[in-house]
Design a protein. Structure first.
Length: 259
């Protein structure tokens, strides 16, 4: 499986990096993990056919994770996509995105391809083509929910990471976390080939101290602040000091890697 990191920045605007987005490609299908990066421009520049991605995973409602969805849909329409687009995410997130597309004048009758909305629940596995997808809830938005949910009852404060199983291997996408301990539910089930993990909301040592408990072969760091851009060697040293023995990769925008 190949992963292309379309954007690796955190929620702050970066002068050189885009927000979250990872394209996973196999021989059979493609999956875009969040859409905060300018995926439409990347696909056009690389002459990637408009049937990519087949699947879109939206973890939560922060705009650095979903802010480019309407631009992507418009681009796929104008590039005459015909294949269905399968969108997975928390139920209320999907409702709000569907409403947003309609308000952006991207009506189902206009765009020329169907969008299939798949509401997911943590712990309930869903099979789509060669993939088995299992969401797990994170606490990323819990503190904001405590402060604002009563005032904004129609806002979705759910955030879901993803356990992806493909050809007997397990892959984990962290989405955004409050603490690395929230990965336990996805990492407990056996060897993980690759963890695609954020590094914004907690210190580096806390991440690798937690990961040392699990058989994770490789960690691909994404969604991290600008001050970590040139600190890959230091991050790898911290991982070793905390007894994590897997490979560590600090990813950069538009870089592809086999995972």
């Amino acid at each position: 499986m190949r992963a292309i990191f379309l954007g690796t920045a955190d929620g702050h605007t970066s002068a050189r990096r885009e927000h979250s987005g990872i394209l996973l490609q196999t021989k059979e299908t493609s999956l875009l993990l969040d859409c905060g990066a300018a995926a439409a421009r990347f696909f056009l520049h690389k002459k990637i056919e408009p049937d990519v991605p087949e699947i879109l995973w939206i973890s939560h409602m922060h705009s650095d994770h979903n802010g480019q969805i309407s631009s992507l849909i418009q681009s796929l329409w104008l590039r005459t996509r015909r294949a269905p687009l399968h969108v997975f995410g928390p139920a209320l997130v999907l409702e709000q995105l569907k409403d947003w597309l309609e308000k952006c004048i991207l009506f189902p009758e206009l765009i020329g391809f169907p969008i299939e909305w798949h509401a997911i629940k943590p712990g309930k596995a869903v099979t789509h083509g060669p993939f088995k997808l299992t969401a797990f809830a994170t606490q990323h938005l819990n503190s904001l929910a405590g402060m604002f949910k009563r005032a904004y009852p129609k806002t979705c404060f759910d955030c879901y990471g993803l356990l992806l199983e493909y050809k007997g291997k397990r892959y984990v996408y962290s989405a955004d976390l409050a603490h690395p301990e929230e990965l336990a539910v996805a990492l407990n089930g056996g060897k993980v080939a690759s963890l695609l993990c954020e590094l914004t909301h907690f210190p580096e040592r806390e991440l690798f101290r937690e990961l040392a408990k699990y058989p994770v072969q490789s960690v691909f760091i994404t969604h991290y602040p600008d001050h970590l851009v040139r600190r890959e060697a230091e991050i790898k040293l911290i991982a070793r000091e905390e007894k994590f023995r897997g490979d560590v990769h600090l990813m950069h925008d538009r870089v592809a890697h086999e995972i």
